[in-house]
Design a protein around this ligand. Sequence first.
Ligand code: FES
Length: 127
Amino acid sequence: MAEHIIGTLADFPPGSHRVVTVGRAEIGIFNIEGEFYALPNICPHQFGPVCEGHVTGTLLSDRDHEWRHYWGLHGRVVSCPWHGIEFDITTGCALVNPKLKMRQYRIEVVDGSVCLTLGASVGSDPA
Ligand code: FES
């Protein structure tokens, strides 16, 4: 495992996202309301630059809303620019099929620095 300082907290304000290059890896860094997430910039569909997509929400429908559509997951969804598959940034899972899952890297803020650890995943590895 290798830890990399990729910037300061001020470089990644809440609501921001950007792609950083660490060695040969491109990693999407997302700050969602102060929580950091790091995903590979390689879409599990056909390897598009998924983290360069728009971050938004999505239309949802569930029993609690009597199966009516409503806007949800605001600021938690990145849409791959190649074919539009939407991923929940907080889980790495595609909304259309949670088995289509991206790896999540460990990222944390230490003394005002944003530290990314390559070689360490959060949660279970993708299927
Ligand atoms: S490459 Fe990302 S949706 Fe197809």
